[in-house]
Each structure stands twice: as structure tokens, then as C-alpha cells.
Write a protein that binds this ligand. Sequence first.
Ligand code: TEU
Ligand code: CA
Length: 550
Amino acid sequence: MDSNGDGIGDLNGITSKIGYLKELGVDVVWLSPIYRSPNDDNGYDISGYREIMGDFGTMEDFDRMLDALHAQGIKLVMDLVVNHTSDEHDWFKEACQSKNNPYRDYYIWSRPGEDGGPPNNWEAAFSGSAWEYHQPTGEYYLHMFSKKQPDLNWENPKVRAEVYDLMRFWLDKGVDGFRMDVITLISKPFTPDGRLPSAAIVRDGFLQPGFSMVANGPRLFEFLREMNREVLSRYAGLITVGEAPIATTQQGNELTDIETGVLDMIFHFEHMEADYAKGIDGGKWVPASLDLIEFKDIITRWQVELHGRGWNSLYLCNHDQPRPVSRFGDEGLYRVESAKMLATFLHGLQGTPYIYQGEEIGMTNMPFSSIEQCRDIESINMYRVATTVQGKPPEQVLAAIRAKGRDNARTPMQWSAAPHAGFTTGVPWIEANPNSKEVNVDAALADPNSIFHFYRQLIALRKSNRILVDGEYSLLLREHREIYAYMRTLGADRWLIVCNFGAGSPEFSLPNSEHFTSARLVIANYPLSPTHEARSFTLRPYEARIYQLL
Ligand code: TEU
Ligand code: CA
């Protein structure tokens, strides 16, 4: 929400909407980076860790927002982005001065490779080599994301001490925890002679995906244990969630184990990749439909394997992902039904649900018709490389951005039917979705059957039913291609969750091995007649039901 008409959402705007979050039932707000930043990657490139980005307000605005959240019993989790800084951070500016500058070793530098080119074949997340040549000192520096996001050298104890210090700065202000950006990438796999080896060749050309080389590196646990000892353990009741690309369930358990873990929970990406085309020519930008069986298998593995040991975070969307109703549901005819179905699926699982702004009113992907409408460096760089170097047709590349681009989740929050979705009285930094006339908070609050009120009910259910928190998960009907059904069990209590992931009308039938004498309907996204059946029934498009079986 923009409070001053400059077209950019800000801290005072958030403060003005705390009542809305409270009504939804939100307990914790995770805020994307609000620190000083040249904004090459929407604030994930930080040039001042103890300052607020001017566009977003002042430190006084921040303090007021934090107090107002706390006054409503809502916690605040900040984004901690310490795998890299901005190239405009003072540490990096110093590091560029000379090879023997005291800050040189805050970053990762390397002589050119044998052929005078980059030291290895890693590709950056935002296209091109992960190494940028620094002419004045004749060395390359590593950047796993944009070249304006140089990676910090966690091998250097001074870097770690700086990070712990800035964490204490925010914790001493009273923030309640951190969402740690790509935290599993901080330990790089240096060879004994200090080099970083090339990645295995999985596709044509010199550059190869580099993430798998830096994820879950050799000293990751050591660093996170140190962070716990030095910072986290000194504050009571913190919430920590680590972003963990390429994490397996085993790593998930190690990181979040209730006894021996270092974080409360992680964001893994496995289910976000279930609709990637497979193989070396596949990936995020190649459209593929969701294989529901594969999706179930991924979710089930995380539910079953972490139960009683680690802890899951549950999400279908964030600022890096397209809108779930467009991606896994139906943004047209069944927008409301499918958004409620996806919400039911998510809130029935074990773990901590994360709702991304606008998901609770069923906001959809943006119909981008030109790259000029996009703001995200990932999409802009990919578009340039795909349409020039790779010679792909612009319309085809744009279609991929419409389906998967991160800007889908970054268009203005749709507060009302007013111009620019009621987000700003000025010109928004990115265009609002044209459907804001119908899809907006005002309309959702006024309609008792809205997606918003359905989310509110689901959140309330979780707060009054231990089974949703602690109950064991078991998958039903694994082979079914349209229905995702599962059971939660806690002692003698059993809840059945049935979700139709498609626009068809499949038959649900509870396996004969499951016995019950009566069924109580907990929640559903369609009206049901008083005499309806719980053992077997025909599902309507995107129908979802939760029953308590007695
Ligand atoms: O994202 C890291 C990450 O691995 C992805 O979600 C990333 O956006 C995607 O791989 C790009 O293809 C985190 C932040 O959530 C993201 O917004 C930042 O751009 C990124 O780190 C760099 O800080
Ligand atoms: Ca503003």
C-alpha cells in the first residue's frame, strides 16, 4: 500500500493495513527487504543493512510499524540477505580499491581461468556467467545472482561477525526473527588451493547451472551453529525460516530437527518444480502441465519424513512465484472455487502455512503483453538472452514470462475498484492487474462467500484444532490423476481432506479399509445438501471438503 502517492508501497502503507491482517488471522508478517538498496533486484541487493530504503520511509516509520504490529499481537520477521550484498555496499567499494584492501577478503575473488576467461563455468541465476571481471585489479568476483550482487566470503570470520552484528541490531529493536535468503548457499566448495571447481556439464555451451555446486556446502552447518550460538539462542521466541534451494528431505530434517537443528523451518523448492519441463532443455521457463501424482509424491515425502522430527513450511506462492490460482487452479470460470480448493489443500497439511499478499483474494497472473511492462531483472535478462543470443521468438518468451515470471506476484495489491487497484493515488511502479475492478479487498470483505473469508475460516480452524498442527499425515488414492486426498490422524481423531485439482467431475470413494460411523463436515467450498454422503461422492470442479470421521 502506497501512503504518499509516489507509486511505491511503503512502511506507512503497511501500518495502515494492519487491521486487515488482523481480521484475516495473520500471526506473523514476513517483510521482503526494506533496507537501503539500489534496487537492482527489488531490494535483495543491500547497500546499507541498518538503513531503510528511502522509497519505503524512515527508521521512525519502521519503529511505528513494528509497535503497531506488536500492539495487535502480530510478529515481524525480516528478510536477512547475507549470501551477497549490493556492489554499492561500502564493503564492496572498499574491496575494489586494491587486492590488499582490508575488505578485499569480504568477497570471493579469483584469477582468470587458464584461457583468460571466467574462473569456472557457473551460470548466474539471472543469466550469464556467475563471475564478473574487475578490470582495475585484474580479478573476477563471484555473483550467484546479478553482477550487482557480489557473494560474501563466509570463510572470513570478519564477515560472519558483521552478519551477527547486524542481526543483533534488528533483534535489539524487537523484530521477531528472520527469513534467511538463500541461506544454504553461503558455504562455497573451495578446493584446498582456494579455487572453486567447475560444475558438471549437463547442457550445450560453456555455462552450466552453478546452484548445485554451492548449495549445502561443507561448512553450512558449522556457520549456522555459530550463528545460533552468537545470536539466535540469545533471544527468546524467535522464528527462523531458511530459503533452501535444492534441499532434500534429509537436509530439511537436519536443518530443522527439533533437537539438533539450526532453523525452525525451511522453504524447499521441490513442489515448485513439479510443473517444470524435465530434462536438459526443460526448467522454469519451459511450460509444462502439473503432474498431480508427482506433486503428491513430493508433498507426501516432506509430510511423512519430517513428521515428529523437523518442521515444514507450507507455501504455494511468494514474491518469486507466479500466482497459484493461475498456475495450479483456474483463473477464469473457477477462480473462486479453485483458490479455495488450493487453500484447503495447503491448510490441511502439517507445517506453518505462508500466505503471500493477494493470494487470500485470489489475485491472478498479470497479462503482460510487452517486456516493457516487466520490472524483474530475472525476466528482463532472460528475455534479452533468449530473444538475441538464442534467437527465440519474442512472443514465445513473453508467454513463458506470463506463466512463470516473478512480476506476476509483484503487481500492486488490489485493495479496491479505484484506479490502480486503490494501491496508489499516483502512478504505480508496476502496472496493476486489469482485473482489479472485480478482484479486490473491498469486494472480498463485503462478500461472506469470498476467498478471503474462506482463508479466515481455515486459519481459525488451525488455531482451534490440534489435529491440524500435530496430526499424522497419510496419503489416499495415490494413483488418482485428479483428486488429492489425504488423512490427518491424532489419537482417535481423524480428518479427511479431499481436493479436486481439475475442472472435471471425478468420483471419490474412501478405501474400504477406512471405517467410520458418522462424518462431520468441517469446511467445504461448495454448498452441500443436508443428506450428502462422505464415503463416496462425485466432486464438482475444484471442489474441496474436509470431514471429521467419527
Ligand atoms: O531467491 C533465490 C532463489 O533461488 C529463487 O527463488 C530465485 O528467485 C529464482 O531461482 C530465480 O530463478 C531469493 C529471493 O527470494 C529472490 O527474490 C532473490 O532474487 C534472490 O534470492 C537473490 O537474493
Ligand atoms: Ca510510497
